[in-house]
Design a protein around this ligand. Structure first.
Ligand SMILES: NC(=O)C1=CN([C@@H]2O[C@H](COP(=O)(O)OP(=O)(O)OC[C@H]3O[C@@H](n4cnc5c(N)ncnc54)[C@H](O)[C@@H]3O)[C@@H](O)[C@H]2O)C=CC1
Ligand SMILES: CC(=O)C(=O)O
Ligand SMILES: [Mg+2]
Length: 361
């Protein structure tokens, strides 16, 4: 199959869909690869490095979209990219369609077969192609919160871990999955007081074991969320209902319970966000304030650390991408987890949870 990699064009997105190492694997398996010039600049991989890996370099994204039988990207296609996709072509990337009906309509109109990394499942029901970026974003969320808390960035002037004799920051993590666990590890490691709220009691039991009692756990209810955010300096939004728009766990009136200039980091923003007052921001202008509460809602957080993120993402996507390159759409027949990733086919939204969330099919 002819596999194509355009340069990412989302704001401050420095990751690349296929690393040179991944290209070598495709070529070794008998496929051909075209890569847009400078696509790997964000990870320090020059066109010559891609050529050495076996790719042909092309001058424009247009050529990649026009020629490739499968387009491999990182972020959801932007409007200028939707219009270049076509029937008979596979798109393999993050999509996050539930909160994004415009993109969904664009992909349906294109006729493309679109496979979303974030809804591919593994044998245990986990999300193997979301997990590596959730690990990165969870860890970054605490760095983002630490920056936003500093007086020099307009924050309350609080150090996450405090110092001996002074109260450390209180960090509340909504959702104890991959993002939440990695956020909790970072926050606890820095010395913050951490509470994880999840709706799954078995998950809270696992977290209690994992952290040896170093973090507090609470079941997710309106009351527990209100109690905890009232005491919080930082709230990390890390809930997910796979495929669906995120539940709005913190409403605007609840902001009134919080300390002035507390920080909300809504990692779940790519699924629409779990705070009612969230809207997507960019690395160029990551924060804004509502009712005195600082919001950080960057939808491509891992794009800021492309070296770590591109390699972690490629490690996970490679076997699935190779299966698609080898068998095309027939790969869905033999790989049920990959089929869960199928979001758009033949002009329809074919993932039920995504379709239900969008309210159109
Ligand atoms: N902004 C960004 O750059 C990035 C965003 N993400 C997003 O972060 C979000 C979380 O991803 P993961 O941690 O991988 O998901 P996950 O599936 O590992 O964890 C989600 C957790 O939320 C819990 N949950 C669901 N509903 C809840 C509720 N009502 N109350 C409390 N807990 C609830 C689940 O029980 C689960 O433990 C996703 O939306 C993902 O797309 C991931 C990576 C990068
Ligand atoms: C998962 C996701 O949205 C990202 O890595 O940007
Ligand atoms: Mg995202």
């Amino acid at each position: 199959m002819l596999v194509g990699v355009p340069k990412e064009i989302k704001n401050h997105e420095y990751r690349v869909g296929l690393t040179p190492g991944a290209i070598r694997e495709y070529v070794a398996a008998g496929h051909t690869a075209i890569v847009e010039t400078n696509a790997g600049a964000g990870i320090g991989a020059s066109d010559d490095v891609y050529r050495a890996a076996g790719a042909d370099i092309v001058d424009t994204a247009e050529e990649v979209f026009a020629r490739a039988e499968m387009v491999v990207k990182v972020k959801e296609p932007q409007p200028s990219e939707w219009v270049q996709l076509r029937e008979g072509q596979i798109l393999f990337t993050y999509l996050h369609l539930a909160p994004d009906p415009e993109q969904a309509k664009g992909l349906m109109a294109s006729g493309v077969t679109a496979v979303a990394y974030e809804t591919v499942t593994d044998a245990t029901g986990g999300l193997p192609l979301l997990a590596p970026m959730s690990e990165v974003a969870g860890r970054l969320s605490i760095e983002a919160a630490g920056t936003a808390l500093k007086a020099v960035s307009g924050g309350r002037g609080l150090l996450l871990g405090g110092v001996p004799g002074v109260q450390a920051a209180r960090v509340v993590v909504l959702g104890g999955g991959v993002v939440g666990t990695h956020a909790a590890r970072m926050a606890a490691g820095l010395g913050a007081e951490v509470t994880i709220i999840d709706r799954s009691i078995p998950r809270l039991r696992q977290l209690d074991e994992l952290f040896h009692g170093r973090v507090r756990t609470r079941v997710s209810t309106i009351q527990s969320i209100e109690d905890e955010i009232a005491e919080a300096d930082v709230v990390i939004g890390a809930v997910l209902v796979p495929g669906a728009s995120a539940p709005k766990l913190v409403t605007r009136p609840m902001l009134g319970l919080m300390k002035p200039r507390a920080v909300l980091v809504d990692v779940a923003i790519d699924q629409g966000g779990c705070f009612e007052t969230s809207h997507a921001t960019t690395h160029a202008d990551p924060t804004y304030e509502v009712d005195g509460i600082i919001h950080y809602c960057v939808a491509n957080m891992p794009g800021a650390v492309p070296l770590t993120s591109s390699h972690a993402l490629n490690n996970a996507t490679l076997p699935y991408g190779l299966a698609l390159a080898q068998d095309g759409v027939k790969a869905f027949d033999t790989n049920p987890g990959l089929k869960e990733g199928l979001n758009v086919q033949g002009g329809h939204i074919v993932n039920k949870v995504v379709a239900d969330s969008l309210h159109f099919a």
